[in-house]
Design a binder for this molecule. Structure first.
Ligand SMILES: *Cc1c(COP(=O)(O)O)cnc(C)c1O
Length: 393
Protein backbone atom coordinates (compact mmCIF):
# COMPACT_ATOMS: atom_id res chain seq x y z
CA UNK A 1 0.00 0.00 0.00
CA UNK A 2 1.29 3.45 -0.89
CA UNK A 3 2.40 5.49 2.09
CA UNK A 4 -0.07 8.25 2.94
CA UNK A 5 1.46 11.66 2.26
CA UNK A 6 1.73 13.86 5.33
CA UNK A 7 0.32 17.37 5.23
CA UNK A 8 2.32 20.61 5.08
CA UNK A 9 1.97 21.46 8.78
CA UNK A 10 2.97 17.97 9.86
CA UNK A 11 6.06 17.88 7.64
CA UNK A 12 7.11 21.28 9.02
CA UNK A 13 6.86 19.99 12.59
CA UNK A 14 7.68 16.29 12.52
CA UNK A 15 10.75 16.18 10.27
CA UNK A 16 13.33 16.12 13.01
CA UNK A 17 16.98 15.18 13.38
CA UNK A 18 17.40 11.88 15.19
CA UNK A 19 17.52 12.19 18.98
CA UNK A 20 20.87 11.96 20.71
CA UNK A 21 21.64 9.83 23.78
CA UNK A 22 19.96 12.52 25.90
CA UNK A 23 16.53 11.76 24.39
CA UNK A 24 15.71 15.46 23.95
CA UNK A 25 12.27 16.33 22.57
CA UNK A 26 13.55 19.41 20.71
CA UNK A 27 16.77 19.33 18.74
CA UNK A 28 19.79 20.94 20.46
CA UNK A 29 22.11 23.38 18.69
CA UNK A 30 25.06 21.51 17.22
CA UNK A 31 27.57 24.30 17.81
CA UNK A 32 30.58 22.44 16.50
CA UNK A 33 32.99 23.16 13.67
CA UNK A 34 33.80 19.53 13.01
CA UNK A 35 32.71 15.96 13.75
CA UNK A 36 34.90 13.11 14.93
CA UNK A 37 35.49 9.95 12.91
CA UNK A 38 35.05 6.54 14.46
CA UNK A 39 38.10 5.17 12.71
CA UNK A 40 40.40 5.71 9.77
CA UNK A 41 38.21 3.68 7.42
CA UNK A 42 35.12 5.77 8.21
CA UNK A 43 37.05 8.99 7.61
CA UNK A 44 38.33 7.69 4.27
CA UNK A 45 34.88 6.55 3.15
CA UNK A 46 33.26 9.86 4.12
CA UNK A 47 35.82 11.93 2.26
CA UNK A 48 35.44 9.60 -0.73
CA UNK A 49 31.67 10.20 -0.63
CA UNK A 50 31.05 6.48 -0.22
CA UNK A 51 29.10 7.03 2.99
CA UNK A 52 27.16 10.06 4.14
CA UNK A 53 27.93 11.81 7.40
CA UNK A 54 28.95 15.09 8.93
CA UNK A 55 32.60 16.04 8.56
CA UNK A 56 32.82 19.80 8.98
CA UNK A 57 30.12 22.46 9.41
CA UNK A 58 31.10 24.26 6.21
CA UNK A 59 29.91 21.08 4.41
CA UNK A 60 26.93 20.07 6.57
CA UNK A 61 25.56 20.24 10.10
CA UNK A 62 22.56 18.48 11.75
CA UNK A 63 20.73 21.78 12.43
CA UNK A 64 21.04 22.98 8.85
CA UNK A 65 20.13 19.52 7.55
CA UNK A 66 16.97 19.43 9.65
CA UNK A 67 15.97 22.85 8.36
CA UNK A 68 16.65 21.89 4.75
CA UNK A 69 14.92 18.50 5.01
CA UNK A 70 11.77 20.29 6.16
CA UNK A 71 12.00 22.95 3.48
CA UNK A 72 12.49 20.29 0.78
CA UNK A 73 9.38 18.46 1.97
CA UNK A 74 7.39 21.70 1.91
CA UNK A 75 8.61 22.70 -1.58
CA UNK A 76 8.41 19.20 -3.04
CA UNK A 77 12.16 19.21 -3.74
CA UNK A 78 14.48 16.18 -3.62
CA UNK A 79 17.42 18.03 -2.13
CA UNK A 80 18.66 21.39 -0.96
CA UNK A 81 21.30 23.43 0.77
CA UNK A 82 21.10 26.20 3.37
CA UNK A 83 23.21 29.33 2.87
CA UNK A 84 24.28 32.24 5.06
CA UNK A 85 21.97 34.70 3.31
CA UNK A 86 19.40 34.91 0.57
CA UNK A 87 21.93 36.58 -1.70
CA UNK A 88 24.41 33.74 -1.17
CA UNK A 89 21.62 31.42 -2.33
CA UNK A 90 20.84 33.55 -5.40
CA UNK A 91 24.50 33.82 -6.38
CA UNK A 92 25.39 30.19 -5.90
CA UNK A 93 22.23 28.99 -7.65
CA UNK A 94 23.43 30.83 -10.75
CA UNK A 95 27.21 30.44 -10.42
CA UNK A 96 26.98 26.65 -9.95
CA UNK A 97 25.48 26.19 -13.42
CA UNK A 98 26.78 28.97 -15.66
CA UNK A 99 30.17 29.28 -17.25
CA UNK A 100 31.94 31.99 -19.20
CA UNK A 101 30.07 32.58 -22.45
CA UNK A 102 26.72 31.46 -21.06
CA UNK A 103 23.63 33.63 -21.07
CA UNK A 104 20.84 34.05 -18.55
CA UNK A 105 17.35 35.26 -19.30
CA UNK A 106 15.79 37.08 -16.37
CA UNK A 107 12.71 38.97 -15.41
CA UNK A 108 13.44 42.69 -15.21
CA UNK A 109 11.57 42.88 -11.90
CA UNK A 110 14.17 41.49 -9.52
CA UNK A 111 15.38 42.11 -5.99
CA UNK A 112 17.96 44.93 -6.03
CA UNK A 113 21.04 42.83 -5.21
CA UNK A 114 20.07 40.13 -7.72
CA UNK A 115 19.99 42.90 -10.31
CA UNK A 116 23.51 43.93 -9.23
CA UNK A 117 24.76 40.33 -9.56
CA UNK A 118 23.40 40.10 -13.11
CA UNK A 119 24.47 43.52 -14.31
CA UNK A 120 27.71 44.20 -12.38
CA UNK A 121 29.25 40.92 -11.22
CA UNK A 122 28.47 38.10 -13.65
CA UNK A 123 29.74 40.07 -16.70
CA UNK A 124 33.21 40.04 -15.03
CA UNK A 125 33.25 36.31 -15.72
CA UNK A 126 31.74 36.55 -19.18
CA UNK A 127 28.19 35.62 -18.17
CA UNK A 128 25.65 37.91 -19.77
CA UNK A 129 21.95 38.41 -19.36
CA UNK A 130 18.90 39.74 -21.13
CA UNK A 131 15.99 41.18 -19.20
CA UNK A 132 12.41 40.49 -20.17
CA UNK A 133 9.74 42.96 -19.12
CA UNK A 134 7.17 41.36 -16.91
CA UNK A 135 4.37 42.77 -19.07
CA UNK A 136 5.76 41.38 -22.33
CA UNK A 137 5.61 37.59 -22.08
CA UNK A 138 6.40 37.22 -25.80
CA UNK A 139 9.91 38.49 -24.93
CA UNK A 140 10.92 35.24 -23.23
CA UNK A 141 11.04 33.01 -26.28
CA UNK A 142 12.29 35.81 -28.52
CA UNK A 143 15.41 36.41 -26.41
CA UNK A 144 16.53 32.81 -26.00
CA UNK A 145 19.98 32.41 -27.52
CA UNK A 146 22.03 29.27 -28.26
CA UNK A 147 24.14 30.15 -25.17
CA UNK A 148 21.12 30.63 -22.86
CA UNK A 149 21.27 28.21 -19.92
CA UNK A 150 18.91 29.59 -17.31
CA UNK A 151 15.70 31.55 -16.77
CA UNK A 152 15.67 33.45 -13.45
CA UNK A 153 12.45 34.95 -12.09
CA UNK A 154 10.69 36.20 -8.98
CA UNK A 155 6.93 35.96 -8.63
CA UNK A 156 5.27 37.92 -7.12
CA UNK A 157 7.88 40.53 -7.94
CA UNK A 158 9.40 42.98 -5.48
CA UNK A 159 8.01 45.54 -5.05
CA UNK A 160 5.81 45.65 -8.19
CA UNK A 161 3.78 42.59 -7.13
CA UNK A 162 3.50 41.49 -10.74
CA UNK A 163 3.16 37.78 -11.43
CA UNK A 164 4.73 35.44 -13.93
CA UNK A 165 2.92 32.33 -15.13
CA UNK A 166 5.03 29.54 -13.64
CA UNK A 167 3.40 26.71 -15.56
CA UNK A 168 3.97 28.51 -18.85
CA UNK A 169 7.59 29.31 -17.95
CA UNK A 170 8.19 25.72 -16.86
CA UNK A 171 7.03 24.45 -20.27
CA UNK A 172 9.13 27.04 -22.08
CA UNK A 173 12.22 26.09 -20.08
CA UNK A 174 11.75 22.40 -20.80
CA UNK A 175 11.11 22.99 -24.51
CA UNK A 176 14.46 24.82 -24.79
CA UNK A 177 16.32 22.67 -22.28
CA UNK A 178 16.90 25.59 -19.87
CA UNK A 179 16.97 25.61 -16.08
CA UNK A 180 14.09 27.55 -14.55
CA UNK A 181 15.25 29.18 -11.30
CA UNK A 182 12.50 30.79 -9.17
CA UNK A 183 13.15 33.06 -6.17
CA UNK A 184 10.13 32.02 -4.09
CA UNK A 185 10.85 34.36 -1.18
CA UNK A 186 7.68 36.45 -1.36
CA UNK A 187 5.27 33.53 -1.58
CA UNK A 188 7.00 30.94 0.66
CA UNK A 189 6.30 27.24 0.08
CA UNK A 190 3.00 27.61 1.91
CA UNK A 191 1.54 29.78 -0.85
CA UNK A 192 3.31 28.58 -3.98
CA UNK A 193 5.38 25.57 -5.06
CA UNK A 194 7.29 26.44 -8.26
CA UNK A 195 8.62 22.87 -8.67
CA UNK A 196 5.06 21.62 -9.12
CA UNK A 197 4.78 23.98 -12.10
CA UNK A 198 8.02 22.87 -13.71
CA UNK A 199 10.75 24.93 -11.99
CA UNK A 200 14.11 23.15 -11.65
CA UNK A 201 15.60 25.31 -8.92
CA UNK A 202 13.85 27.19 -6.12
CA UNK A 203 15.76 29.84 -4.20
CA UNK A 204 14.82 31.55 -0.97
CA UNK A 205 15.81 34.39 1.22
CA UNK A 206 14.69 32.65 4.42
CA UNK A 207 15.37 35.92 6.24
CA UNK A 208 11.83 37.00 5.36
CA UNK A 209 8.60 35.09 6.03
CA UNK A 210 10.36 31.79 6.72
CA UNK A 211 12.15 33.23 9.75
CA UNK A 212 9.14 35.47 10.09
CA UNK A 213 10.33 37.43 13.08
CA UNK A 214 13.18 39.55 11.74
CA UNK A 215 15.91 37.82 13.77
CA UNK A 216 18.09 35.98 11.23
CA UNK A 217 19.69 36.14 7.80
CA UNK A 218 19.66 33.01 5.69
CA UNK A 219 18.98 31.48 2.32
CA UNK A 220 18.30 28.18 0.59
CA UNK A 221 18.66 26.53 -2.81
CA UNK A 222 16.41 23.55 -3.59
CA UNK A 223 16.05 21.21 -6.55
CA UNK A 224 16.73 17.70 -7.82
CA UNK A 225 19.52 15.62 -6.25
CA UNK A 226 21.55 15.95 -9.43
CA UNK A 227 21.34 19.76 -9.54
CA UNK A 228 21.91 20.26 -5.82
CA UNK A 229 25.03 18.08 -6.04
CA UNK A 230 26.55 20.83 -8.21
CA UNK A 231 25.46 23.55 -5.77
CA UNK A 232 26.86 21.58 -2.82
CA UNK A 233 30.19 21.17 -4.58
CA UNK A 234 30.48 24.91 -5.07
CA UNK A 235 29.26 25.70 -1.54
CA UNK A 236 31.67 23.23 0.07
CA UNK A 237 34.63 24.91 -1.58
CA UNK A 238 33.54 28.55 -1.51
CA UNK A 239 31.94 28.52 1.95
CA UNK A 240 28.59 30.38 2.10
CA UNK A 241 27.48 28.05 4.92
CA UNK A 242 24.60 28.84 7.28
CA UNK A 243 25.50 28.94 10.97
CA UNK A 244 24.04 26.05 13.04
CA UNK A 245 22.38 28.59 15.32
CA UNK A 246 20.45 30.07 12.40
CA UNK A 247 19.64 26.58 11.11
CA UNK A 248 18.19 25.78 14.54
CA UNK A 249 16.11 28.98 14.63
CA UNK A 250 14.87 28.53 11.08
CA UNK A 251 13.84 24.91 11.56
CA UNK A 252 11.80 26.09 14.54
CA UNK A 253 10.36 28.92 12.43
CA UNK A 254 9.10 26.46 9.80
CA UNK A 255 6.96 24.77 12.46
CA UNK A 256 4.70 27.85 12.53
CA UNK A 257 4.96 28.91 8.88
CA UNK A 258 1.47 27.71 7.94
CA UNK A 259 -0.37 29.50 10.74
CA UNK A 260 1.73 32.62 10.35
CA UNK A 261 1.14 32.82 6.58
CA UNK A 262 -2.60 32.32 7.03
CA UNK A 263 -2.69 35.33 9.34
CA UNK A 264 -0.29 37.49 7.27
CA UNK A 265 -2.52 36.89 4.24
CA UNK A 266 -5.76 37.50 6.12
CA UNK A 267 -4.42 40.78 7.51
CA UNK A 268 -2.99 41.85 4.14
CA UNK A 269 -6.22 41.21 2.25
CA UNK A 270 -8.19 43.09 4.90
CA UNK A 271 -5.82 46.08 4.71
CA UNK A 272 -5.75 46.04 0.89
CA UNK A 273 -9.55 46.22 0.78
CA UNK A 274 -9.60 48.97 3.38
CA UNK A 275 -6.90 51.01 1.61
CA UNK A 276 -8.84 50.81 -1.68
CA UNK A 277 -11.64 52.73 0.03
CA UNK A 278 -9.46 55.54 1.37
CA UNK A 279 -9.89 58.82 -0.55
CA UNK A 280 -6.16 59.66 -0.37
CA UNK A 281 -5.04 56.38 -1.91
CA UNK A 282 -4.69 56.41 -5.71
CA UNK A 283 -4.29 52.67 -6.15
CA UNK A 284 -3.59 49.50 -4.21
CA UNK A 285 -1.88 46.40 -5.57
CA UNK A 286 -2.39 43.00 -3.99
CA UNK A 287 -2.54 39.68 -5.89
CA UNK A 288 -5.82 38.55 -4.31
CA UNK A 289 -7.67 41.82 -4.95
CA UNK A 290 -10.00 41.54 -7.98
CA UNK A 291 -8.46 44.84 -9.17
CA UNK A 292 -5.02 43.17 -9.60
CA UNK A 293 -4.45 42.78 -13.37
CA UNK A 294 -3.36 39.16 -12.86
CA UNK A 295 -5.91 38.17 -10.25
CA UNK A 296 -6.85 34.98 -12.13
CA UNK A 297 -3.24 33.85 -12.41
CA UNK A 298 -2.70 34.63 -8.73
CA UNK A 299 -5.61 32.36 -7.81
CA UNK A 300 -4.26 29.62 -10.08
CA UNK A 301 -0.71 29.45 -8.76
CA UNK A 302 -0.95 30.85 -5.22
CA UNK A 303 -2.91 29.50 -2.29
CA UNK A 304 -3.44 33.01 -0.80
CA UNK A 305 -2.36 36.53 -1.78
CA UNK A 306 0.75 36.85 0.41
CA UNK A 307 1.80 39.29 3.11
CA UNK A 308 2.93 42.20 0.90
CA UNK A 309 0.89 44.96 -0.68
CA UNK A 310 1.73 48.29 -2.25
CA UNK A 311 -0.18 51.52 -2.47
CA UNK A 312 0.26 54.97 -3.92
CA UNK A 313 -0.74 58.01 -1.93
CA UNK A 314 -1.95 61.24 -3.48
CA UNK A 315 0.82 63.87 -3.36
CA UNK A 316 3.80 61.96 -4.82
CA UNK A 317 7.27 61.79 -3.33
CA UNK A 318 6.89 64.58 -0.75
CA UNK A 319 3.60 63.24 0.58
CA UNK A 320 5.13 59.75 0.70
CA UNK A 321 8.00 61.02 2.84
CA UNK A 322 5.68 62.99 5.15
CA UNK A 323 3.53 59.88 5.52
CA UNK A 324 6.49 57.71 6.55
CA UNK A 325 7.65 60.34 9.01
CA UNK A 326 4.16 60.49 10.54
CA UNK A 327 3.97 56.76 11.34
CA UNK A 328 4.02 56.04 15.06
CA UNK A 329 3.78 52.26 15.46
CA UNK A 330 4.64 50.79 12.07
CA UNK A 331 8.32 50.15 11.41
CA UNK A 332 10.21 52.05 8.75
CA UNK A 333 12.90 49.54 7.85
CA UNK A 334 14.17 47.65 4.81
CA UNK A 335 13.17 44.12 5.87
CA UNK A 336 9.93 42.30 5.11
CA UNK A 337 8.14 39.19 6.31
CA UNK A 338 8.24 40.13 10.00
CA UNK A 339 5.67 39.83 12.79
CA UNK A 340 5.82 43.65 12.83
CA UNK A 341 4.17 45.56 10.00
CA UNK A 342 6.83 47.32 7.96
CA UNK A 343 6.54 50.29 5.64
CA UNK A 344 9.18 50.93 2.98
CA UNK A 345 9.81 53.41 0.26
CA UNK A 346 11.47 51.39 -2.55
CA UNK A 347 12.49 54.42 -4.66
CA UNK A 348 14.81 55.76 -1.95
CA UNK A 349 15.98 52.46 -0.40
CA UNK A 350 16.00 48.91 -1.88
CA UNK A 351 15.79 50.12 -5.49
CA UNK A 352 17.72 53.37 -5.15
CA UNK A 353 20.60 52.00 -7.28
CA UNK A 354 18.33 51.72 -10.31
CA UNK A 355 17.92 54.62 -12.72
CA UNK A 356 14.55 56.44 -12.90
CA UNK A 357 13.80 54.66 -16.18
CA UNK A 358 14.65 51.24 -14.74
CA UNK A 359 12.40 51.95 -11.76
CA UNK A 360 9.52 53.07 -13.95
CA UNK A 361 9.66 49.84 -15.99
CA UNK A 362 9.24 47.73 -12.85
CA UNK A 363 6.39 49.90 -11.57
CA UNK A 364 8.20 51.85 -8.84
CA UNK A 365 6.69 55.31 -8.82
CA UNK A 366 8.22 58.00 -6.53
CA UNK A 367 5.36 57.81 -4.03
CA UNK A 368 4.97 54.04 -3.94
CA UNK A 369 4.73 52.61 -0.42
CA UNK A 370 5.32 48.90 0.24
CA UNK A 371 3.68 47.36 3.23
CA UNK A 372 4.81 44.04 4.69
CA UNK A 373 1.79 43.22 6.77
CA UNK A 374 2.61 41.76 10.18
CA UNK A 375 0.71 39.89 12.84
CA UNK A 376 -0.36 42.75 15.11
CA UNK A 377 -4.09 43.27 15.60
CA UNK A 378 -5.31 44.65 12.29
CA UNK A 379 -7.26 47.51 13.90
CA UNK A 380 -4.09 48.89 15.48
CA UNK A 381 -2.29 48.77 12.12
CA UNK A 382 -5.21 50.57 10.46
CA UNK A 383 -5.24 53.22 13.20
CA UNK A 384 -1.59 54.06 12.59
CA UNK A 385 -2.01 54.19 8.80
CA UNK A 386 -5.09 56.36 9.20
CA UNK A 387 -3.48 58.90 11.52
CA UNK A 388 -0.34 59.05 9.32
CA UNK A 389 -2.48 59.71 6.23
CA UNK A 390 -4.37 62.46 8.08
CA UNK A 391 -1.22 64.05 9.52
CA UNK A 392 0.67 64.03 6.21
CA UNK A 393 -2.12 65.48 4.06
C1 LIG B 1 15.53 39.89 0.75
C2 LIG B 1 15.46 39.24 -0.57
C3 LIG B 1 16.59 38.64 -1.13
C4 LIG B 1 17.95 38.68 -0.44
O1 LIG B 1 17.98 37.95 0.72
P1 LIG B 1 18.96 38.25 1.98
O2 LIG B 1 18.57 37.21 2.95
O3 LIG B 1 18.70 39.64 2.42
O4 LIG B 1 20.35 38.09 1.49
C5 LIG B 1 16.46 38.03 -2.36
N1 LIG B 1 15.28 38.01 -3.01
C6 LIG B 1 14.17 38.58 -2.52
C7 LIG B 1 12.91 38.53 -3.27
C8 LIG B 1 14.22 39.22 -1.28
O5 LIG B 1 13.12 39.80 -0.79
Amino acid sequence: MAEKKRHFETEAIRNQTQRSLHREHSVPIYATSSFVFEDAEQARAMFADEIQGNIYTRFSNPNNDEFIDKLCALEGAEAGIATASGMAAMFISIASFLRSGDHILASRSLFGSTHQILTQLLPRWGINHTYVDIHQPEGWEKHIQPSTKMIFVETPSNPGLDLLDLEWLGKLANKHNLLLNVDNCFATPYLQNPIAFGAHIVTHSVTKFIDGQGRTIGGAVLGSKELIKEVKFMARHTGPAMSPFNGWILSKSLETLAVRMEKHCENALHLAQWLEEQPDVIRVKYPFLPSHPQHELAKKQMRLGGGILTFELKGGLERGKRFLNALQMLSFTANLGDTRTICTHPASTTHSKLSDEERAVVGITPGLIRLSVGLEHIEDVKDDLEQAMKNSA
